[in-house]
Design a binder for this molecule. Structure first.
Ligand code: RAM
Length: 360
C-alpha cells in the first residue's frame, strides 16, 4: 500500500472539507508537498505557492464521458499536446457510451491503482463518481473535472467551458430570435444525468421565465444519450408528438448533429429551427444547406489543454483549487472562482458568415 491509513484518513478529510483547513489539521509532510525551487521551502498541500516550479514527468489520465465522441477526441488531444509541452505524460481511458456510469467508476479505480498523478474527468453523472474520486484524492491524486462536473467536494477543481448561465441563456436567445419569439420549442439533451447539460437546461428555463418569452412554450426535454441513432429517433419522435414545433435546442454536439441530419432530410428543413452546441466541422453542411442558422461552442482542444495545465498546476502546488488563487496556463492568467471553478472563456457563435474560419 502506498500510504499509511492515517494519511488516507487525513487525505479523505482534506477532500471532503475545506482542503486548506484540513491539510493544516492533518499536518506533517506528504508526498504532494512541493519544494519551492526558488526559496527551497517545503510548501504545504493546503497552501498554494504560485512560484513553485512546474513538475515534469507526471502522468495525467484523461477520462472523458465517451471516447468515441469527436468532441472529446478534440478535447483530449488538446490535453495531450499541453502535457507534452509541460514535459508530462498523457493517457486516455473511458467508456464508449455516455450512459456507462459504472464504467466510468471502474476507470477511476484503475487510474488510482496505476498511481497516476492527476485525473481529468468529464462526469456522466454528478454523484456516481464521487466515492471513487475521493478515493483517488486520498491517494494523493489531483482530480480535475472538465466539461461536466461532479460535486465540488469530489474533485480539486472544475475547468468549465464557459459560464453555464451564459450558455443556457444564449441558446434560448438564439432560438427565440430565429422563431420570432413565438411557438412551441423542445430540448434534445444528452444523458438524463449529465451535469453540464442539466445545469444549462436549468438556465434555459430561467431565461424562458422572462416575459419576453411569454409566447414561447417549452413542450418537452428529450434525451438522446449522446448516441447518434437515439438522438435522431428522439428528434423524429418530437416532431411526431408536436407537429407545431417551431424549434429545438440541442446542447450536445452529438444531439445537434443528429437532429440536423433528421431535419435536413425532412419536410421540416429550414422551417423547424435548430440551435445548440455543435462543432463547426459537424455542422458545416447543415449551415450551408439552410437547416441551421446559428449555433455555438467553445474550442474543445483549449478546454482539454486547460484541464491538463490545471492538473499539473495542482500537482506542482501552484494552486490548491481554492477561490481567489491564480495561475498561468499557456501564457494566459486564470483565476479560480467559487467552488473551485475555472472558466475557459466565452463561447463563439457560428453561422454562415464565420463557420469556414474554424476547423474542429
Ligand atoms: C457532447 C457532450 C459534452 C458536451 C458537448 C457540448 O459532446 O455531451 O459533454 O459538452 O456535447
Amino acid at each position: 500500500m502506498r500510504k499509511s491509513s492515517l494519511r488516507r484518513a487525513c487525505a479523505a478529510l482534506c477532500a471532503v472539507s475545506s482542503l486548506a483547513l484540513a491539510a493544516t489539521a492533518c499536518g506533517g509532510t506528504t508526498k504532494e508537498d512541493v519544494k519551492n525551487e526558488s526559496t527551497g521551502a517545503a510548501v504545504s498541500a493546503g497552501k498554494a505557492d504560485p512560484n513553485a516550479a512546474t513538475k515534469k514527468g507526471l502522468t495525467v489520465g484523461f477520462l472523458p464521458k465517451q471516447v468515441n465522441n469527436p468532441y472529446f477526441t478534440s478535447a483530449d488531444k488538446g490535453g495531450e499536446a499541453a502535457l507534452k509541452e509541460l514535459g508530462s505524460r498523457y493517457k486516455e481511458v473511458g467508456p464508449s457510451s455516455a450512459t456507462d456510469t459504472s464504467g466510468q467508476v471502474s476507470y477511476v479505480n484503475t487510474l488510482t491503482q496505476q498511481q497516476v498523478d492527476g485525473i481529468a474527468v468529464s462526469a456522466q453523472d454528478p454523484g456516481a463518481l464521487c466515492t471513487a474520486l475521493k478515493q483517488a484524492m486520498s491517494n494523493k491524486i489531483k482530480v480535475v473535472t472538465y466539461d461536466s462536473d461532479t460535486n465540488p467536494g469530489c474533485r480539486n477543481a472544475f475547468v468549465s467551458q464557459a459560464s453555464a448561465e451564459d450558455l443556457g441563456r444564449t441558446e434560448v436567445q438564439l432560438l427565440a430570435e430565429q422563431i420570432g419569439y413565438k411557438g412551441e420549442i423542445a430540448i434534445l439533451s444528452a444523458a438524463q444525468t449529465a451535469t453540464n447539460q442539466n445545469v444549462w437546461i436549468d438556465f434555459m428555463k430561467k431565461e424562458l421565465a422572462d416575459p419576453k418569452y411569454k409566447d414561447v412554450k417549452l413542450v418537452k426535454v428529450a434525451y438522446g444519450n449522446d448516441d447518434a441513432q437515439q438522438s435522431f429517433q428522439q428528434t423524429q419522435g418530437l416532431l411526431q408528438q408536436y407537429p407545431n414545433l417551431k424549434g429545438i435546442i440541442s446542447p450536445t454536439t452529438v444531439g445537434i448533429k443528429a437532429a440536423a441530419q433528421y431535419l435536413s432530410g425532412s419536410k421540416y428543413k429550414g422551417k423547424v429551427k435548430l440551435t445548440g452546441l455543435g462543432t463547426p466541422n459537424d455542422m458545416r453542411t447543415y449551415v450551408k444547406n439552410g437547416t441551421v442558422d446559428a449555433f455555438e461552442l467553445w474550442d474543445p482542444a483549449k478546454l482539454g489543454a486547460l484541464a491538463a495545465q490545471t492538473a499539473v498546476a495542482l500537482v506542482s502546488g501552484q494552486i490548491t483549487g481554492k477561490e481567489g488563487e491564480t495561475f498561468k496556463a499557456g501564457g494566459t492568467a486564470y483565476a479560480i472562482g467559487k467552488d473551485g471553478v475555472i472558466s475557459l472563456g466565452k463561447p463563439t457563435v457560428f453561422d454562415a458568415k464565420n463557420i469556414d474560419q474554424f476547423d474542429f
